[in-house]
Design a binder for this molecule. Structure first.
Ligand code: 4AD
Ligand code: MG
Length: 458
């Protein structure tokens, strides 16, 4: 169907006074005595295009004015009569492509995000989702750009896997068999299954990412990860998108530098390419959003040792629900205090106790902590989990034993420590979490097309 994107007409003055054909959906309309007006949107821009209908040219325009209906319009692009620098179309012909009856649920101007979650197939047509998903797309591209420009190889790690990277028992099982009493035991059951052993959906591409980094030096993944954790919070979904760079010959400070640069590149790209969307989020979701992003992009992030974080929290003038002791995991309330009250900016918390972190992290000489860091940001909390990896075979085996892990499924991973082992580091960025931070949207369910959470797979 020959037509021009609305964004083209709004940004290229060569179209002025030309005859154009556009397609889109009616977002609002109003009727007056001799004229009628339609705000048309085709999804290429957050802004709508005003269609001006002269009733002397097009009789009975009410047939075209129903909210949600799809139209094809031909007319002349002219400067807007009221909006400076804006354009509108004086319609000469209108065709209805798809009717939309009054039962269409998005009649009201603004619905709550909670209400919109009940209709994932329609909510994408609202301004909020138009803005969120354009920013999501721009950020995805910015991430590829960042790594490609720095000689990282984009690898695709498997989604079905036999090993649980985080060792937290949060894997969804992949099976073609139902368990029946005919099986003597679990081993017998798994042996009879599709892969001949237990398999699940990957919680992280890291272990395979490390394999690739030992060949290509610098790699990144960008794909879905799955977590069967039963946490019904505004920042957890069972299926999220995960960016995981892995870098050979990098120690913890090196990978921290890359993570900070990447976040700043993402923010600067959105500041540059999404001014309309940011203005929209600023108006409806987070006051001062643009200024926050500009400040974050121009300052160094803080680096705070876990042990110092514990001291800070102990001295804090705050009523924490969860007590703070060296060795405890940081709860949301603690992360909030560190980023929102104490530092008011992104903070890398480093050198966590080894007992609360994963087996693969490099053990520090103190025997108690690991060279790991989480990047915490105001409003969202943890957006990056990062560490230098244990490159020493004996130490890695000891850590696995201490955590009660069996080594059979990890022989390939252990081989990396047997054949040309080098210091290396990597991190995982939660794609939806950085989108939340950049847009000011406070629930992860509203930055992903179809959120998968406990009890919800619509
Ligand atoms: O901290 P996590 O569990 O770290 C890893 O998976 C490492 N293997 C990463 C690596 O070093 N390559 O997860 C990394 C990030 C978190 O910081 C968070 O942003 C996001 O993934 N994440 C989730 N996002 C949404 N919903 C969930 N259920 C998430 N779980 C983790
Ligand atoms: Mg983590």
């Amino acid at each position: 169907m020959k037509h021009t994107d609305l964004i083209e007409l709004m940004t290229d003055s060569a179209y002025l006074q030309q005859e154009v054909t556009v397609c889109g959906w009616v977002r609002t309309s109003r009727d007056s005595k001799n004229m009628a007006f339609i705000e048309l949107n085709d999804g290429t821009s957050l802004k709508h295009m005003q269609i001006v209908i002269d009733k002397a040219v097009i009789e009975n325009p009410s047939a075209f004015m129903k909210l949600g209906s799809a139209l094809k319009i031909t007319g002349t692009l002219v400067p807007s009569a009221v909006k400076q620098g804006g354009v509108e179309i004086n319609a000469s012909a209108i065709e209805v492509l798809g009717e939309c009856p009054p039962e269409y649920p998005l009649q009201k101007k603004r619905h709550t995000l909670e209400f919109l979650r009940t209709m994932p197939h329609l909510r994408v047509r609202t301004n909020t989702f138009n803005a969120v998903f354009r920013v999501r797309s721009i950020i995805a591209n910015a991430i590829h750009e960042f790594f490609q420009d720095r000689h990282f190889v984009y690898v695709h790690t498997p989604i079905i896997t036999g090993s649980d990277c985080e060792g937290a028992g949060e894997m969804f099982q992949v099976t073609t068999n139902g368990f029946t009493q005919e099986y003597k035991n679990k081993e017998d059951y798994y042996a009879n299954d599709f892969f001949g052993c237990k398999a699940g959906l990957s919680v992280s591409g890291q272990l395979e990412g490390e394999v690739a980094a030992m060949a290509f030096g610098k790699i990144y993944t960008f794909g879905p990860s799955f977590r069967a954790e039963n946490s019904n919070t505004p920042r957890h979904v069972a299926e999220f998108w995960h960016i995981e760079p892995e870098v050979a010959f990098a120690e913890l400070p090196d990978i921290i530098e890359i993570a900070e640069e990447m976040i700043k590149h993402i923010i600067n790209t959105v500041l540059e390419k999404c001014p309309d969307e940011l203005a929209f989020f600023e108006q409806h979701f987070e006051k001062g959003l643009r200024e926050k992003l500009e400040t974050v992009a121009s300052q160094d992030f803080a680096i705070l040792d876990y042990t110092d974080a514990i001291e800070l929290l102990k001295k804090a003038d705050a009523d924490f629900q969860y007590p703070v002791e060296w060795g405890c995991d940081l709860q949301t309330e603690h992360e909030k205090y560190i980023t929102e009250t104490a530092f008011k900016k992104p903070v890398f918390v480093t050198n966590y106790p080894k007992d609360i972190k994963s087996f693969y992290m490099k053990q520090n000489p103190d025997g108690k902590t690991v060279a790991a860091t989480d990047l915490l940001v105001p409003g969202v909390g943890e957006i990056i989990g990062c560490s230098e990896r244990e490159a020493d075979l004996e130490k890695l085996l000891a850590a696995m034993e201490a955590k009660g892990m069996t080594t059979e499924e990890y022989q390939d991973y252990l081989d990396l420590r047997r054949f040309g082992s080098v210091p290396h580091s990597g991190f995982g960025l939660g794609f939806e979490r950085i989108i939340m931070y950049v847009t000011g949207i406070s629930n992860i369910r509203d930055v992903i097309l179809y959120p998968r959470t406990v009890g919800n797979v619509r």
